[in-house]
Design a protein around this ligand. Structure first.
Ligand SMILES: [Mn+2]
Length: 306
C-alpha cells in the first residue's frame, strides 16, 4: 500500500523539515506537494534531496490558486486570469516531471457561483473543457486528475460531483484525464462514496483517492473511519476490488492534534479496515452483495464486531 498525507498541519518552518519529520512514520511512502505554496522556502533541488535521503517518492503536485483567482480559475471571465490559471497547471506539470511524480491534481475551488443569474453555465463549462484539454496535452506523459468538491468556498462549484467529473472527462476526451475522489467531499454531496468509486473505476478513471472522514455537510477532514465506519469499510473493499494501487492520500486536518500521531492513526485505521475486509474475504463479501439483501449485508458488519 502507498500512503501520503496532507502536510499543512505540520507547523514546520519549511517543507523539507516536514518531509524529514514524516519520513519516520512506518508505511508513509509518498508526498503530494502544493504549488506554489510548498516551494516558497525551499528550492526544487532541496526538496529533491530531501525526498531522496528519506526514500520517499513524489506522488504528484496540486496547483493552488490564490486570491487573484477568487472569481474563477480555468473558467474566469477575464482571459488574462484564465490564462494564468492554465499556466499555473503547466508549471505544476513541469515540477512534477522534475521530481519524478506521476500526476497533478486540480481542484477548482473558485470555479463556481454563489447567485442565480451570476454565471453563464454552458459558456464557462466549454471554456473549462478547452483549458483542461490544453493542460492534458501539455502533460501528455502524466496523469491529470480532477478533484471535485460540491461547495466551499463557493456556494456551488462548477464541478461538484463524480457525475460532473465524469461528464468533464467525457467532454474533454483526453486519455490522461481522470478523477480524484475525496471521501469528505463525497459525503458533503450526500453521495455514497463507494457508488462513485465504482462508476469512476469502471471507466478506468480512478487516478487518486483522498481518504478522511466527516459529518456530511462540512469538509471536516477527520481521521479515517472515525465517523462513517461502514462506508469507510465499503470504500476500502472497492479500492481492493478495482485493484487501485496508486497512492491513498490522507486529506485530514489535525489542527489540535499531534499531526504525526494523527498520521500514524490514519495508517493504523486503514490497515485495520483492510485486514477486516481480508478477514471476511473478498469473495464472501461479493457473494453477500450479490444477494441484494439488506439483512445479509449486516453479516459483514457483524463479522467486524466479532
Ligand atoms: Mn482532498
Amino acid at each position: 500500500m502507498k500512503f501520503a498525507t496532507r502536510l499543512n498541519s505540520f507547523k514546520n518552518k519549511s517543507i523539507v523539515e516536514t518531509i524529514d519529520q514524516i519520513a519516520s512514520v512506518q508505511g508513509l511512502t509518498h508526498v503530494d506537494l502544493n504549488y506554489p505554496e510548498h516551494f516558497q522556502n525551499n528550492s526544487v533541488e532541496e526538496i529533491k534531496d530531501a525526498l531522496k535521503r528519506n526514500n520517499i517518492k513524489l506522488n504528484g503536485i496540486a496547483p493552488r490558486f490564490r486570491s487573484q483567482f477568487i472569481n474563477g480559475e480555468l473558467g474566469n471571465s477575464d482571459p488574462v486570469i484564465a490564462r494564468k490559471a492554465i499556466d499555473l497547471c503547466k508549471e505544476s506539470i513541469d515540477i512534477c516531471r522534475e521530481l519524478g511524480g506521476s500526476n497533478i491534481t486540480i481542484w477548482l475551488g473558485y470555479d463556481g457561483f454563489d447567485y442565480a443569474f451570476q454565471l453563464n453555465y454552458a459558456k464557462v463549462w466549454k471554456q473549462v473543457v478547452k483549458a483542461i484539454q490544453e493542460i492534458c496535452e501539455y502533460g501528455h506523459d502524466i496523469q491529470v486528475s480532477i478533484e471535485y468538491k460540491p461547495f466551499q468556498p463557493r456556494a456551488y462549484s462548477l464541478i461538484s460531483s463524480y457525475g460532473d467529473t465524469l461528464l468533464m472527462i467525457n467532454d474533454a476526451k483526453c486519455s490522461n484525464l481522470g478523477a480524484t475522489l475525496d471521501f469528505c467531499h463525497m459525503l458533503m454531496k450526500a453521495e455514497n462514496p463507494s457508488f462513485g468509486l465504482s462508476l469512476v473505476a469502471e471507466k478506468n478513471k480512478l487516478f487518486g483517492v483522498h481518504l478522511n472522514d466527516g459529518n456530511k455537510l462540512n469538509d471536516d477532514g477527520l481521521i479515517v473511519g472515525s465517523v462513517n465506519f461502514a462506508q469507510s469499510l465499503e470504500f476500502i473493499y472497492y479500492i481492493k476490488k478495482y485493484s487501485y494501487d496508486a497512492v491513498v492520500y490522507f486529506d485530514t486536518f489535525p489542527e489540535r492534534e499531534d499531526p504525526l500521531a494523527e498520521l500514524k492513526t490514519n495508517i493504523a485505521m486503514y490497515t485495520k479496515l483492510n485486514d477486516l475486509v481480508d478477514g471476511i474475504g473478498m469473495d464472501k463479501i461479493q457473494s453477500i452483495i450479490d444477494q441484494n439483501n439488506a439483512i445479509a449485508a449486516q453479516e459483514i458488519m457483524l463479522g467486524c464486531l466479532k
